[in-house]
Write a new protein. Structure first.
Lengths: 637, 259, 258
């Protein structure tokens, strides 16, 4: 059993953060340079945290596998970032953002964390502006806002369709500034292989230099994992090609609890898979559903072109099933229904895809208006598929997008291993069972700029002069383990490439642990994953050598972690015997396919503990309380 | 110190190239207008040549302003060329391994020919000075006479003699084409380098460079064409040279540079 | 479709490289260019060979990881697109495709088609930032920024740092990259306090990295996946001219790292 204490200050959640800050033990500016902090990952959370800590005076070492820290996948976030600035005078407030996020997460997140997120969010916009992030401006020079899915206020800030890029570059530049000042050191093209615990504290990492293949260690007083989500366990996802779970998973195997791993968000509007070689899926903004109508042919195996199918033979399934919300149902509902119709064989051309049709919108509003609203998305779609959405309906299908689950952290964002912290998508914190649009960047930057830099001292203050160096035998042991593992991987000389096994894992995960799950299916999936682990161990081939760049070896190493994680995700989905948010268990639904939560038995965070290679994980539950916003049912009818 | 630091950077050098380019550009324009005096007859041209030497005579002495101008031009030319050489070296070093396949896509032909056209212009300028200023090369005899108590080349006569030779005229026109090509890029490029170009002005800047370079080409080339075609008359007191330039060439070399 | 590939293979930064020929007989035209390389690598691994090393990450044209000069063009035949956005339908059946790494003294080859672009990080480090610490800041609306300025800054800020400008430039110049960052920050009111020191240090760093000089070919603008305009180079030149000749020589009380 893990000992989990979230450490939320007593009293109303609205005062928790102030109270925490008032009482946190600080590290004085003179002492900060003698503390080493390792930050793994340079996305919004990692870069922001590294820059903030270095600016405070800590000695920060930053690791990323890319050639430059600017390439982390946060850069691909498009739409925007929420902040309850209430610039539009439309009734926004910290409470409203808290309410929307908590409800959107289907009541499976910690109230205190969500409140804090809403509270610090306004500061992010000011911080980014001060860094030179060119937010869209109105003609009067004020920052512009737009609205985003599922909320009633305009609180989303944006830089064209590249908000993530601009915010990341802001954080990246701040970090590079600190490198120039000398407080931060970059370690690009390195991949973390293990964390090192000494006397129950995380005291460093072992990493591999991806250029030379060298295995090295680094000791530190705190290790911050900002390594992102694990969506690539599905092989095909909207994540970057190299996104992986390795850092988090190795920490998990060293004792860190993994929380709610089954909570994965599937985005309903992506460009469908076009061939079996494909690994990357491209997202089409959710906003398209404002004007597009989703349908499939009523007849199974209908091969006519869409304009040949008369109105009566089209099945506008969202409009029929959800008369009041129609095409604008939330992400999870839209995604699930697309799966249902395709499972029934109604997918276009027998493939897993549905139409998103703009012909009515173009008729009604005119080509001009539609082009203004979605022109860039239509162009992007046409570039990939060669079909113009102005002429033929778009084909779309859901794809894995974001992981709400991750390493368990307390209120201060420290995992259950002292000295090991997790921020951004890598932790489980604020999104519960479903994330609202434009709030992932908000959480990453809140963690990186405002939360972690002010909480990390709570654990550091009494560490002064208790230095550990890499001379410690634990480092040698960990390095030996890593080398053994790499040697083991290099000695795989079977017949299957790492990618082919990964692809198969992805198929299993998608079929059984994707948009809809059943107890039966999940059990099947677990046994299939066991088979894949067998293939991984006995029939995989890894080419080349471990001395120097070897991308196949990197992939094989990540795959091993994905296989173990995939198994745990199925287990978690199996044990969470309810439906909530994106976790949809077919056994728990209303007659019309809505989720049915089991608040009595499942109002908890499931935290899993690694017990050894062939041992089952052990579950610890962190109970959730709902004092500020009482439980209610999400309904979209 | 500050200037040296400025010059050491690539941008500093670029700006030096741009500014000296502008100086040479301005010179060419003046030169062209001077040359066009030829169409007003031999006297107008020779008067102009004399005038160049007598401006500011009171202060700088006879030909003083001309020599100051020549000084500025020599410095500009040297700075232009040396800086370009330094930049070319830097640019070559920037890509130690060449591409097997490399396709330029956007660069204009003029831009790609900058180094070649510049080199040809340099060769031409040297020959041009040796021919018309110092008289060291004489495809046609270069005549000097005394004006105002100073020995000066007889501009109109010399032009007539030289451009009546078909290959001299056409080489000159070819050199002008090089200048035209060089200036088409240069005329826009200095605007871009000095930061005056932008999306709204780009079309205008390109037109300006086109007008300038083509204008110079037409202006300069009209002179040899005028002589070669016979539009410009032979100077008075000179037997027609068109009949046999070669033979007269040898007979009158005594008037050469020894003066 | 059938494709013949000439791929640059180079075992390390110091090693001598050369082209290796591969024949692919069954290329789906809807494949992306990088997926085609993935498929090739799968075949190479299965036949016991050493797969081709190349960089890629987001595969949607924003992270700037993918590189490659394809048939003499950085990021291949597309317009305003990265290598990962190229589809095989841009090629014809029976085509020969030459794939080389970005070549520049500032971008040493790591292996095969993979290069290091840390030089760009060092240019940013020299001054491509606004020195602010994290914490409470004035409200975002305290300093209004005209719409036109915000948009112009955004045009410059769109740079993804891929290095195609350097790869495309016949002189191997990094001025588009540097100019874009100098302009982005120099346009905004927040960037004014450090405008002089920024442009000076960034330009110095750019030269130190061994990049070439701009001769206004405009190849970079054409190759840039984000279509960043060379007017930002002019802007940088002017800023630099002003900073180095007109501004006071020493900035009093300079902070470390400027």
């Amino acid at each position: 059993m893990l000992e989990l204490n979230a450490g939320i200050p007593e009293g109303p959640v609205s005062e928790a953060w102030t109270k925490y800050l008032d009482h946190v033990k600080l590290v004085g500016p003179r002492n900060r340079p003698s503390y080493d902090v390792i930050v793994v990952g340079t996305g919004l959370a990692g870069a922001a945290a590294a820059a903030s800590l270095a600016a405070q005076g800590y000695k920060v070492h930053v690791f990323c596998f890319q050639d430059s820290s600017r390439r982390a996948h946060s850069i691909a976030a498009q739409g925007g970032i929420n902040a309850p600035k209430n610039y539009r005078n439309d009734g926004d407030s910290v409470y409203r953002l808290f309410y929307d996020t908590q409800k959107g997460g289907d009541f499976r997140s910690r109230e205190a964390n969500v409140w804090r997120l809403a509270e610090v969010a306004t500061g992010i916009i000011d911080q980014a502006t001060a860094q030179g992030v060119p937010f869209a401006r109105e003609y009067g020079g004020n920052v512009a806002n737009r609205s985003f899915g599922g909320v009633l206020v305009e609180r989303t800030f944006y830089c064209r369709g590249q908000t993530g890029q601009q915010l990341l570059l802001g954080a990246y530049q701040a970090l590079q500034h600190q490198v120039a000042v000398g407080n931060a050191v970059m370690h690009p093209r390195t991949e973390i292989q293990d964390i090192v615990n000494i006397d129950g504290r995380c005291r460093g990492i072992v990493y591999r230099c991806l250029k030379t293949g060298e295995i090295r260690s680094m000791s530190a007083d705190a290790v911050v994992l900002a390594s992102g989500g694990y969506g690539n366990v599905f092989f095909q996802s909207t994540n970057a090609f190299n996104s992986n779970v390795t850092a988090a998973w190795r920490a998990h195997k060293r004792g860190a609890g993994m929380a709610n791993p089954c909570m994965v968000q599937i985005h309903p509007t992506c460009i469908p898979v076009s061939g079996n070689f494909q690994c990357k899926l491209t997202l089409m903004s959710e906003s398209l559903r404002n004007d597009g109508r989703v349908w499939v042919p009523r007849k199974e195996g209908d091969t006519r072109s869409p304009d040949q199918i008369p109105e009566a033979e089209r099945y506008y399934y969202l409009e029929e099933r959800y008369p009041s919300f129609g095409n604008l149902v939330p992400r999870d509902v839209a995604a699930r229904n697309a799966k249902y119709v395709c499972d029934d064989g109604l997918g276009i051309g027998g493939r897993k895809q549905v139409y998103l049709d703009f012909s009515d919108a173009i008729k009604e509003r005119g080509h001009q208006v539609i082009a203004e609203r979605y022109g860039n998305l239509f162009d992007m779609y046409e570039e990939i598929t060669t079909e113009s959405p102005y002429q033929v309906p778009m084909r779309i299908f859901p794809a894995v997008h974001y992981c709400m689950g991750g390493l368990w952290v307390d209120y201060g964002l420290m995992t259950n291993i002292p000295g090991l912290w997790a921020i951004g998508e890598a932790n489980f914190s604020d999104h519960g069972a479903n994330r609202l649009g434009a709030s992932s960047m908000m959480q990453c930057l809140a963690d990186g700029y405002f939360v972690l830099p002010q909480t990390i001292c709570s654990d550091l203050h009494d560490l002064y002069r208790q230095k550990v160096t890499t001379e410690h035998p634990e480092f040698a042991k960990a390095e030996a383990d890593v080398k053994d593992r790499i040697h083991w991987l290099m000695s795989r000389q079977g017949s299957r490439t790492p990618m082919s096994i990964h692809k198969e894992l992805g198929e299993v995960m998608w079929d059984y642990c994707g948009m809809a799950r059943t107890a039966d299916g999940l059990q099947q999936a677990m046994s299939k994953i066991d088979d894949l682990r067998d293939a991984f161990e006995n029939d995989m081939i890894v080419p080349g050598s471990a001395d120097g760049t070897n991308q196949a070896l990197e992939r094989a190493g990540r795959l091993g972690d994905f296989l173990e994680l995939g198994h745990l995700m199925c287990r978690d989905a199996y044990e969470r015997n309810e439906s909530c948010g994106c976790h949809f268990r077919e056994e728990h639904q209303t007659d019309d396919g809505e989720v049915v939560r089991d608040d009595e038995n499942c109002s908890h965070v499931s935290v899993w503990e690694w017990k050894g290679k062939d041992q089952p994980h052990e579950l610890t539950k962190e109970a959730l309380s709902f004092d500020t916003l009482p439980l209610m049912t999400r309904s979209y009818k | 110190m500050r200037l040296i630091r400025f010059y050491r950077t690539a941008i500093g050098k670029k700006i030096v190239v741009a500014v000296t380019g502008v100086v040479l550009f301005a010179f060419l324009i003046l030169h062209m207008f001077g040359n066009l005096k030829v169409f007003f007859g031999p006297t107008a041209l020779d008067q102009y040549a004399l005038h160049l030497r007598t401006i500011g005579e009171g202060i700088f002495g006879w030909g003083g302003v001309l020599w100051i101008t020549r000084g500025v031009l020599i410095v500009s030319v040297l700075a232009h060329i040396i800086t370009v050489i330094l930049l070319v070296i830097q640019n070559r070093r920037a890509r130690p391994v060449k591409y097997r396949k490399h396709r330029t896509q956007a660069a204009t032909i003029a831009a790609r020919l900058m180094e070649a056209s510049g080199l040809l212009i340099l060769v031409f300028v040297v020959l041009h000075i040796l021919q018309f200023t110092t008289g060291d090369i004489q495809p046609a005899p270069v005549l000097f006479s005394e004006q105002d108590g100073h020995m000066m080349a007889d501009v109109y006569r010399n032009l007539y003699a030289a451009f009546s030779i078909w290959w001299v005229a056409w080489l000159y026109i070819f050199a002008m084409a090089c200048i035209c090509v060089h200036l088409y890029h240069g005329g826009w490029s200095f605007l871009q380098t000095l930061g005056f170009d932008n999306q709204d002005r780009n079309f205008g800047a390109r037109i300006w460079a086109w007008c300038l370079s083509v204008g110079l080409f037409i202006g300069f080339s009209s002179v040899p064409l005028g002589f070669w075609t016979g539009y410009l008359p032979a100077p008075e007191g000179t037997p027609s040279l068109t009949a046999d330039a070669q033979s007269t060439d040898t007979s009158e070399t005594t008037h050469g540079k020894s003066h | 479709m059938r494709i013949k590939l000439h791929i640059w293979r180079q075992n390390g930064p110091q090693a001598k490289g050369d082209f290796e020929v591969h024949q692919l007989d069954d290329v789906d035209e809807d494949m992306s260019f990088l997926e085609m390389l993935d498929v090739l690598n799968e075949e190479i691994i299965e036949s016991g060979g050493d797969p081709v090393t190349f960089d890629s990450d987001c595969r949607e044209g924003i992270c700037g990881a993918c590189s490659c000069v394809i048939n003499g063009r950085p990021h291949g035949p597309g317009h305003k697109s990265t290598t990962c956005q190229i589809r095989m339908r841009s090629f014809n059946d029976g085509d020969e495709i030459w794939i080389e790494p970005f070549r520049s003294r500032g971008f040493p080859v790591v292996k095969d088609l993979m290069v290091d672009r840390e030089a760009f990080d060092r240019i940013i480090r020299a001054g491509g930032f606004i020195s602010v610490h994290s914490g409470p800041k004035p409200d975002a609306n305290d300093i209004p920024i005209p719409h036109r300025i915000a948009e112009e800054a955004m045009d410059a800020a769109e740079c993804i740092g891929c290095g195609a400008c350097v790869a495309a430039c016949p002189n191997g110049s990094a001025m588009l990259f540097t100019g874009a960052k100098v302009s982005h920050l120099g346009l905004l009111p927040q960037g004014q306090p450090e405008r002089v020191s920024r442009v000076k240090s960034m330009v110095d760093q750019m030269d130190d990295e061994g990049f070439g000089a701009c001769t206004n070919y405009a190849e970079c603008q054409d190759a840039c996946p984000k279509g960043i305009s060379i007017r930002f180079i002019g802007r940088m030149n002017r800023d630099y001219l002003k900073a180095s000749l007109c501004e006071p020589e020493k900035v009093q009380g300079q902070l470390k790292g400027h």
